[in-house]
Design a protein around this ligand. Structure first.
Ligand SMILES: N[C@@H](CCC(=O)N[C@@H](CS)C(=O)NCC(=O)O)C(=O)O
Length: 206
């Protein structure tokens, strides 16, 4: 990769971490620019005009091109590497898990972490408070599905770590901060340890 990589991020976000973890696993250097989402720094007119009109991080800058959406950024980095299966079905299966992560996992597991560990339960508005139970149930359902899948195989797709594992690892390993009990999911816990033992692994706080 010849273009310089710059990650516009909020370091504690799992969506940002999954891009750093992908880059680290591949040995790619990445420059980091921090925005404090708690202070609305991704909602300024300047950020909306010059980084992401959607007002969110992460955004991966590749040379002078900007790529918002964490999974698209991970895909860009991982294409043609050992993090992607060689066969067509395997690559589609990786994409399947990444879509599932954004629809069934992140909106529940990550949102509860954000509400509880970052905003604080006493700061939630009525709408957020009303969703606590449904988000918790949907998050449990997502972890349960992962546990059943991983009881039968070591990795989400094929016989080694792929991008699907990295994208799902990001918010699963900190699910406890949202109130989920990972000890209820032994296959998930064993898989988390396998991912953390891979070469190049970096932690979310690194
Ligand atoms: N689907 C997007 C989600 C991005 C997202 O929700 N970013 C959050 C942090 S994880 C954010 O920027 N929040 C600040 C805000 O909405 O003002 C992705 O995967 O990148």
């Amino acid at each position: 990769m010849t273009d310089q990589l710059i990650l516009h991020e909020y370091a504690q976000s799992g969506n940002c971490y999954k891009i750093r973890l992908t880059a680290a696993s591949l040995g790619l250097p990445i420059e980091r620019r921090e925005y404090d989402i708690m202070k609305g720094e991704t909602r300024t007119p300047e950020f909306l005009a010059s980084v992401n009109a959607n007002g969110r991080i992460p955004v991966l800058q590749i040379g002078d091109k900007l790529l918002p959406e964490s999974n698209a950024a991970c895909w860009y980095l991982a294409e043609g590497t050992a993090l992607m299966p060689e066969d067509r079905f395997g690559r589609a299966d990786v994409l399947r898990w990444m879509c599932w992560e954004q629809y069934n996992h992140e909106p529940n597991v990550a949102t509860l972490r954000f509400w509880r560990a970052f905003l604080g339960e006493d700061k939630l508005n009525d709408g957020q408070r009303a969703q606590l139970e449904s988000k918790w149930m949907a998050g449990e359902a997502a972890l349960c599905l992962m546990d059943r899948h991983l009881a039968a195989q070591d990795w989400f797709v094929g016989g080694g770590m792929t991008l699907a594992d990295i994208c799902l690892y990001a918010y699963t390993h900190v699910a406890g901060e949202g109130g989920f009990k990972l000890s209820r999911y032994p296959a998930v816990e064993a898989w988390l340890a396998r991912v953390a033992a891979q070469p190049g692994h970096v932690t979310i706080t690194a």
